[in-house]
Design a binder for this molecule. Structure first.
Ligand SMILES: *Cc1c(COP(=O)(O)O)cnc(C)c1O
Length: 417
């Protein structure tokens, strides 16, 4: 989305230490040039196709549509990207920009680990050094991703401050960048941060909506009636929505994490209930969950990728001007939606994406079968195996892990003797 000097209504902007100003201008210029350079665009599309498998399909879910007896349900399959989520679209784009700027190292923060792993993969492919900042709690929740980041050659730094989640990792990554910006690029994973990151990330993610536009014309000879996406930082949502903003008849719904309750620290609802308020943090102005003195509050979601205290200034603006409708889904609704997609369609959704599913399923029943709705399946659920097993109380999972741990140490003792 285009902005006036990085502003979307009253949100956005660039609140960074002066020391970063030159690097920020460099990114701004490189991005503007690259967008208008056919060679860059060609390379971007080549990498999207050859490395990430784009275009991703638009899948008609006949069983689910019949189950609800309402709207025809389609899924945009971002789960089929290399590394299993939409994150790859943006990381490939910024990775190519890093090469263009002649820098040799990337820094990134990650919550669910999906952005971290996408960054580590692209860094390996493009020959860049890579440091990933991750909250200690998120490392525990998403260890399989951490394991692969390390094997890919990335340095993973555990952040033990604050709530030990995404917002703390973000602060640490910014600190690193302040002292390393000559050689390093801060590869932000969502449509947040100082200008031009919100615009740049949504530019790279807008390939999602562009494909949906073409695919819906081909597959059901019309544009979709409604679009659903979960909202963490907001990048998969804006990626789906951007190309449809001018089509006023299309309703766009953003879904936040209602977690396990309305108390502070139990949810990540910033917009849908007016729980968040305007503030400036982490380099930009937007809606944040904060107390009266502007201290950022703790958040929770069963989906690590939605467990974030701020939101994209673009999403904040689109919500304020009522171009998008914000709603939410609880952890419990999310697990039900996840289970339905598994059993009715044979697809394993990420817990983040299951928020979009939950809201869409709630509403699909009320719609006519002449309406087509598209849900952004932002990622696959393989990474969530531990959380889902715990939530579904699969009793056999515990002995399996215990056996695994026993084996691990036994091998170690054998090697030592
Ligand atoms: C990171 C992530 C999200 C949330 O990030 P957005 O920037 O809001 O898209 C959602 N789904 C998946 C699978 C993710 O990995």
């Amino acid at each position: 989305m285009k902005s006036q000097q990085g502003y979307y209504g009253q949100y956005g902007g660039s609140y960074i230490p002066e020391i970063l100003y030159t690097s920020q201008q460099q990114i701004l210029n490189a991005f503007e040039e690259a967008k208008n350079d056919p060679t860059f665009i060609q390379e971007l599309h080549k990498q999207w196709q050859q490395f990430s498998g784009r275009p991703t399909p638009l899948t008609h879910c006949e069983n689910l549509s019949n189950h609800f007896g309402g709207a025809k349900i389609y899924l945009k399959r971002e789960d089929l990207n290399h590394s299993g989520a939409h994150k790859m679209n943006n990381v490939i784009g910024q990775g190519l920009l890093v090469k263009r700027m002649g820098k040799s190292r990337v820094i990134a923060e990650t919550g669910a680990g999906q952005h971290g792993i996408a960054t580590a993969l692209v860094a390996a492919r493009l020959g860049l050094e890579c440091t990933i900042y991750m909250g200690k709690k998120d490392i525990a929740r998403q260890y399989p991703n951490v394991f692969w980041m390390k094997q890919l050659g990335a340095t993973v730094v555990s952040v033990n401050t604050g709530s030990q989640t995404l917002k703390d990792a973000l602060d640490e990554a910014l600190r690193d960048w302040s002292s390393s910006h000559d050689t390093s690029h801060y590869l932000i994973g969502t449509a947040c941060g100082c200008a031009p990151f919100p615009e740049m990330v949504s530019y790279f993610q807008s390939v999602i909506g562009k494909e949906v536009r073409e695919q819906s014309q081909i597959q059901f000879n019309a544009l979709p009636n409604k679009l659903y996406a979960c909202v963490g930082g907001g990048s998969n949502a804006i990626g789906l929505f951007e190309n449809f903003i001018a089509d006023k008849q299309i309703e766009m719904i953003g879904v936040e994490a209602a977690g396990k309750g309305a108390k502070i620290g139990e949810h990540s609802i910033r917009l849908s209930h007016g729980l968040g308020s305007k503030g400036i943090a982490q380099g930009f102005s937007s809606i944040f969950l904060q107390n009266e003195s502007g201290q950022l509050q703790d958040t929770h979601s069963i989906a690590a990728g939605l467990d974030y205290v701020g939101v994209s200034p673009i999403i904040a603006h689109l919500a304020e001007t009522q171009r998008i409708r914000m709603t939410y889904a609880t952890d419990e609704e999310v697990l039900q939606a996840c289970s339905l997609l598994l059993t009715k369609e044979g697809i394993i959704p990420a817990l983040e994406s299951s928020h979009a599913l939950a809201a869409a399923f709630r509403e699909a029943k009320q719609l006519s079968n002449k309406e087509n709705i598209v849900i952004n399946l932002s990622g696959r659920g393989d990474k969530d195996i531990f959380n889902v097993a715990k939530a579904f109380q699969d009793e056999e999972f515990v002995p399996f892990i215990q056996e695994y741990v026993k084996d691990f140490y036994q091998d170690k003792t054998t090697q030592q003797t």
